[in-house]
Design a protein around this ligand. Structure first.
Ligand code: ADP
Ligand code: MG
Length: 283
C-alpha cells in the first residue's frame, strides 16, 4: 500500500459510524404503588449506539440497567425522552429487528430445543422449508446440534442459555439486547459463552448492548463500556477499549485488559458503596 493509500485508509476508519440507536434525555420513574413512594430509576441520560458496535453497560445493583434495556427494547416507555432505532421512534412494542435475551432461563420446558428455537418463526408463519433451514443453522451455530431433540431439563444451565440465544438469533436481530445473560453461570462457562457471543456478533454484524455486573466480561467483550452511577442511573463515563474486532477470551491475559478492568472497578467502587450506603459512600 502506498503512503497516501495508507493515510486514506486510516482516515476512512476514523469516520463516525452511523448511529443505530439514539437515546435522548430519557428518564423512567416508577409510580407509587401500595403506599410505596415513586422510584426515580433512571436518567436523564443520552446514549448513541453505533451501527455494529458491542456496547456494554455496567453499574451498581439497582441503578436502572434493566430499566434502560427495557426502554431501549420498547418493553417499557420512558417517563421523558425518546428512543430511536434505525431512525424510527421506539414506542409501545419491541420493533422488528430487536432481539432480547434475559438472565432467567426463559426456555419453554415443554418444548424440545428444536421447537424452542422454532417458536418465534412459527408465530411469524415462516414456511416450513425456510423454518427448518433457519432453525438448523441457529441450533448448529450455538453448538446444540446433538441436543436438538432434548428438553431443557436435560441440559446444563449454559446450554439452556444457548437455547435462549439461538431462539433470538433465528429471528435475525439487527440489535441484540442482553440483560445479564450469563449471570447464573460459573466463571469458566461465562467466559466461553462470551466467546460465542463475540463470534455471533462478528458473523451477524448485529449491534449488541450487553448489561452485565461482571467487569471482566464487559472489558473483554466490548468496544465501549458505559459505566452507570447509582440510582437514578446515568452514565458517569464511557470507556473505549480499543480491542480489534477479531478477539476472544484469550485477551484476559493482556496488559490492556488489566488496565480496563481496574479503571472500571475504580469508577464503580465509589458508586457501589453509595448504592449500598457503605463506608466511603458519597454524601
Ligand atoms: P438494575 O437492573 O440496575 O439492577 P433495575 O433497572 O432493575 O436495576 O431497577 C432500578 C430501580 O427501579 C430499582 O431501585 C428497582 O427497585 C426499581 N424498580 C424496578 N422495576 C420496578 C417496578 N416495576 N416498580 C417499581 N420499582 C421498580
Ligand atoms: Mg437488572
Amino acid at each position: 500500500m502506498s503512503d497516501s493509500a495508507a493515510l486514506h485508509a486510516s482516515e476512512t476508519a476514523r469516520v463516525e459510524p452511523q448511529a443505530h440507536v439514539e437515546v435522548q434525555g430519557i428518564t423512567r420513574v416508577y409510580p407509587p404503588v401500595a403506599g410505596n413512594p415513586a422510584v426515580h430509576a433512571l436518567g436523564p441520560l443520552d446514549l448513541t449506539l453505533r451501527q455494529g458496535e458491542f456496547f456494554s453497560v455496567v453499574g451498581p445493583s439497582g441503578c436502572g440497567k434493566s430499566t434502560l434495556l427495557d426502554v431501549v427494547a420498547g418493553l417499557a416507555a420512558p417517563s421523558e425522552g425518546t428512543v430511536r432505532f434505525e431512525g424510527k421512534p421506539v414506542a409501545g412494542q419491541v420493533p422488528e429487528g430487536i432481539g432480547v435475551v434475559f438472565q432467567e432461563d426463559a426456555s419453554f420446558p415443554w418444548l424440545t430445543v428444536y421447537d424452542n428455537v422454532a417458536f418465534g418463526l412459527r408465530r411469524q408463519g415462516v414456511n416450513r422449508g425456510d423454518l427448518a433451514a433457519r432453525v438448523d443453522y441457529a441450533v448448529e451455530f450455538m453448538g446444540l446440534k446433538d441436543f436438538a431433540r432434548a428438553y431443557p431439563a436435560q441440559l446444563s444451565g449454559g446450554m439452556r442459555q444457548r437455547v435462549c440465544i439461538a431462539r433470538t438469533l433465528v429471528l435475525k436481530p439487527r440489535l441484540l439486547l442482553l440483560d445479564e445473560p450469563f449471570g447464573a453461570l460459573d466463571q469458566q462457562t461465562r467466559l466461553l459463552m462470551g466467546d460465542e457471543v463475540l463470534r455471533l456478533w462478528r458473523e451477524t454484524g448485529a449491534t449488541i448492548m450487553l448489561i452485565t455486573h461482571a467487569l471482566d466480561e464487559a472489558a473483554m467483550l466490548s468496544d465501549r463500556v458505559g459505566v452507570m452511577s447509582s440510582r437514578p442511573g446515568r452514565f458517569i463515563e464511557v470507556l473505549e477499549t480499543g480491542w480489534p474486532r477479531e478477539r476472544d477470551s484469550r485477551i484476559v491475559s493482556e496488559e490492556a485488559f488489566g488496565r480496563i478492568t481496574s479503571r472500571l472497578w475504580s469508577l464503580l467502587r465509589e458508586e457501589s458503596l453509595a448504592a449500598i450506603g457503605g463506608r466511603g459512600a458519597k454524601a
